[in-house]
Design a binder for this molecule. Sequence first.
Ligand SMILES: N[C@@H](CCC(=O)N[C@@H](CS)C(=O)NCC(=O)O)C(=O)O
Length: 238
Amino acid sequence: MSDITIYYWPIRFRGNFLKYILEEAGHKYATVSTYPEIKKALDDAKDGYPVFAVPLLKVGSFRCSQMPAAVLHLAKMFHMEPSDGNDKTLALMMLLNCNDILDSITMNGGHYMMWTPEKWKTFQDGRLAKWLGVLDTALGKNPKNAKAEKIYFFGVKPTYVDFGVLAILDGLVDEFGLVEYVGKFPLLSRFFKEMSARPSVQKLWSVQKPKDRSKWAPWCGGQIQKSIETSIAEPKKL
Ligand SMILES: N[C@@H](CCC(=O)N[C@@H](CS)C(=O)NCC(=O)O)C(=O)O
C-alpha cells in the first residue's frame, strides 16, 4: 500500500500537477477517482483540518487540498523546488499563474458561463496570449538555458513549475489542437516537446492518453470542455 493518495476526478487537469511530480520521483501512489469515494474522503477530512475540493492530497495521515499547496508539499518531499531563495518565490508565483490560467481557460470550472466562438477568440488573442507570453519570457530568464540541451524554468533540472506549465500545454496542444498557436511561442514550444518526451511523463500519458484517442481521460472534462472544443477555430492537428 502506498503512503500517498491523490483524490481527483478521472480527468488530467489539476490532478496532473501532482501526478507528474510523483511519476518523476518514481514514487508509488494510489489514486481515487470515483464520486462516492471522493465524497467520502472530503467528508472524512472534515474531522481534521478543513478542505474544500479536489485535488485532495493524502500523505500518511496528513491531508490538504488547494492544488498549489499540495504541489508544494510534494515538491518539498521530493526536492523539486528551485534551491535559490528568490527563485523559490518566483516558482510559487509561476505555479499560481498556472492555476489562474486554468481558471481562465475553464471560466472557473464553467460554473457560471460557457465559451462561444467569439468570446474564445477574444480570449485566445488577448488574455491567453498574454499569459503564454509570460511563460515564454520566463523560460528566457533562466540563464542556464542558454547552452543547455534541455530547457527548464529554473536551473538545470525540472521543478514543480515545469510540470505545472506542462499540464497547461498538454491541454492547449494535445487536447485542443492549438499547435500553431502555441508554436508562436518558440521557447514554450521547445519546452513542451522536451517535457512531453520525459519517460515519467510518457508513462503517465500511456495510461491517460492511449493510442486510441477515444479512450483518453479528458483534459478538463464536462460541459466546459465541450464549449472550448466547439469554440476553437483552429482544427485539431492530432
Ligand atoms: N483553487 C482550487 C480549485 C479546486 C477546484 O476547483 N477543483 C475542482 C476540480 S479541478 C472541483 O472538483 N471543484 C468542485 C467544487 O468546487 O465543489 C485548487 O487549486 O485546488
